[in-house]
Design a protein around this ligand. Structure first.
Ligand SMILES: CC(=O)N[C@H](C=O)[C@@H](O)[C@H](O)[C@H](O)COP(=O)(O)O
Length: 234
């Protein structure tokens, strides 16, 4: 299986905090202007990289910060929705992403493609590393076999039928570190510095934090819920 070396973009995020600057539909902060400002704030405070969604946001974030960008394109589909196709990957790399993240599970992809082919195409045509967002050790092993350059715990808790857990899956980070030689990024529901520290202690190569830093709507909702206050219109 062909695989690019871990390149300068990966080294640039090693042992650092990557801030995910994403705003979904319905979030008033959606759009490149706000996401670039979020990214600038994160960069000014010491973030070593930014995760951003869609070509417009990737380009704006890159121009505003110059930091390495982990680019994704979300389709909103059920099942595989994080950068499912080569066209999605190409669009965010053309916009300035230096790493592409994609769903790294063995679930069927919407275009009928497979992960190994997608990774090979990204390596051959775009020359950037591929981060596989996985939900389990099995998926991590699969993504490794398919040629991924690094793994991330991003999808833990999001692929099964049950409710999304509250805590980050640090155990999965540790298990992925043990299961393959690939660098492992801790991502998903990391809300406190102690959780980020635990992820590094578990062997994480880098930590990605999104909602807890860049989503005031969700942060507000957590307070409102915890205080048992009436929820707002959204
Ligand atoms: C499951 C899924 O779609 N995760 C997405 C992946 O890009 C984002 O919605 C998350 O915000 C990101 O992973 C960072 O995680 P958190 O926001 O929990 O710190």
């Amino acid at each position: 299986m062909k695989s690019t070396p871990v390149d300068a973009a990966l080294r640039a995020i090693e042992s650092g905090l990557v801030v995910s600057c994403q705003a979904a539909a319905g979030n008033p902060l959606r759009g490149p202007h706000h996401m670039a400002a979020m990214a600038q704030a994160a960069a000014a405070a010491g973030a070593t990289g930014i995760r951003a969604e869609g070509a417009d946001d990737v380009a704006a974030v890159k121009a505003a910060t110059g930091l390495p960008v982990i680019g994704i394109r979300k389709t909103g589909d059920p099942g595989v929705f994080i950068t499912p196709t080569y066209a999605d990957a190409e669009s965010v790399v053309a916009a300035g992403a230096s790493i592409v993240a994609t769903d790294g599970t063995a679930r069927p992809r919407p275009d009928g493609g497979d992960l190994a082919t997608l990774i090979e195409q990204v390596h051959d045509r775009l020359g950037v590393p591929v981060m596989a967002d996985v939900d389990s050790v099995e998926a991590g092993r699969y993504a490794h076999e398919c040629g991924a350059d690094l793994l991330a715990s991003t999808l833990s808790g999001y692929t099964g039928p049950g409710a999304v857990p509250d805590a980050p899956d640090i155990a999965l980070v540790a298990a992925l570190v043990a299961a393959t030689p690939l660098p492992v990024v801790a991502e998903g529901r990391i809300r406190a510095p102690e959780e980020a520290r635990a992820a590094f202690a578990a062997g994480a190569f880098a930590v990605v934090v999104g909602t807890a830093i860049t989503n005031p709507m969700e942060i507000t909702r957590r307070f409102v819920t915890a205080l048992d206050l009436p929820e707002g219109a959204t």
